[in-house]
Design a protein around this ligand. Sequence first.
Ligand SMILES: NC(=O)C1=CN([C@@H]2O[C@H](COP(=O)(O)OP(=O)(O)OC[C@H]3O[C@@H](n4cnc5c(N)ncnc54)[C@H](O)[C@@H]3O)[C@@H](O)[C@H]2O)C=CC1
Ligand SMILES: O=C(O)C1=N[C@H](C(=O)O)C[C@H](O)C1
Length: 267
Amino acid sequence: MSKVRVVVAGPRGRMGNEAVNLVKNTENYELVAVLDHRHGGKLLNDIEGFHGFSSVPVFSNIEDCFQNVQADVLIDLTIPEVGMHHTRTALQYGVRPVVGTTGFTNDDLQELENTCNEKELGCIIAPNFALGAVLMMKFSQMAGKYFRDVEIIELHHDQKLDAPSGTAVKTAEMISEVRESKVQGHPAEKETMAGARGANFDGMHIHSVRLPGLIAHQQVMFGSEGQMLTIRHDSFNRASFMSGVKLAVDTVMKIDTFVYGLENIME
Ligand SMILES: NC(=O)C1=CN([C@@H]2O[C@H](COP(=O)(O)OP(=O)(O)OC[C@H]3O[C@@H](n4cnc5c(N)ncnc54)[C@H](O)[C@@H]3O)[C@@H](O)[C@H]2O)C=CC1
Ligand SMILES: O=C(O)C1=N[C@H](C(=O)O)C[C@H](O)C1
């Protein structure tokens, strides 16, 4: 069986670094290139912290990359604007994107879905690759059918750029598919300090906590008369995301559609 040829975008990042090691340590994967805006023209081996990658070229321009290297899958773990450009370009070159980068807009997602349909090419966008987090979202969706009052509290490290997290947005979207709409709290509720009630998604509130020491955590709280249900997931390291990245890479090779959320491919 031929190997899956993978390009990783963002190799020096916290997630990109884990993804490079995942590809390196997976027998039927081959790391054919990386995309890094600072080190184009080098070999990955020449970048501090990477050893044993003497045959892996670094590109700063994705077009150059796909014109020079044959790839099957792009794993993108960068920032939203760059991730969107990478994903669009990968699809144009027939390379299947697996995207963990968060912060894409609904318009971005719609555009990518349209392109995938047009090209009949697989693409997986997953706001969270941790299988436990995906279950946390699914369990929250189940609960949302019975509890209309929901507060989502996501907690992350203080280097995170986007708020609320992609996971919190996806959780709210999934709950709102089954929850009867409700504006929560007192009808006359007034914030005496802006932001006190967090972001508002269909009447549900989302609160973003940022602290050094945290990695990625979320709890979804459901309240009702005389009872409360809390569903919580914690990622204590970035390795927690890698089994989901592998599932996505393996799956994207077999599909020709657009998938938003790992829950759609977990059996
Ligand atoms: N789906 C999931 O399970 C997870 C998703 N994430 C998301 O993945 C993304 C990366 O997260 P981290 O690795 O923690 O961030 P990080 O800050 O450690 O890494 C960001 C990467 O983007 C690259 N980058 C930054 N600006 C760039 C530019 N202008 N052009 C090209 N590359 C650029 C950096 O070189 C770096 O490699 C974020 O969007 C984050 O929300 C993070 C953890 C899990
Ligand atoms: O930036 C992070 O760290 C994470 N980002 C993703 C998100 O925005 O949901 C996934 C996970 O929570 C870690």
